[in-house]
Design a protein around this ligand. Sequence first.
Ligand SMILES: [Cu+2]
Length: 168
Amino acid sequence: MTRFISLTKYLCPLIVLFCSASFAAAESSSPKNAKVFIKEPADGATVQNPVKVVFGIENMMLMPAGVPHSDSGHHHLLVDVKTLPEAGKSIPADDQHIHFGKAQTETTLNLAPGKHTLQLMLGDHLHMPHNPPVVSKKITITVAAPVAEAETKAPAKPNKKPTEADAK
Ligand SMILES: [Cu+2]
């Protein structure tokens, strides 16, 4: 009896694994604790161009595009993306969906001054989102206007000592 119980205990997860694998053969699976996150900049930060973005990953392996390997993928940086890329399709490649197919762990961006959102999504060797998708929290940053531009808009006050006239 004990032997039977322990056997089913090990067999059940295996059966579930095989079944789910056959139903979702097109998508690469990801472990439950898989995580990607933006290490830099901090959420809510005000930054200057060029904006350095550092990627973090946990419980998945970084692998260049085109190299199939279980529990692996490469980063995709989503800039001002409102709707996440669809499951079962390659993540689009454009200015708002930047692929890091060489397994890079950081990048620098030049963004228009103002507010922007950044989010990471892992894609497999075929640039497809995993099942379940491995997506970071979406952060918002403010890109400050270039210093020269900021100065012309708000000229710095001349550095002089306060006089009696100033005090009145
Ligand atoms: Cu990709």
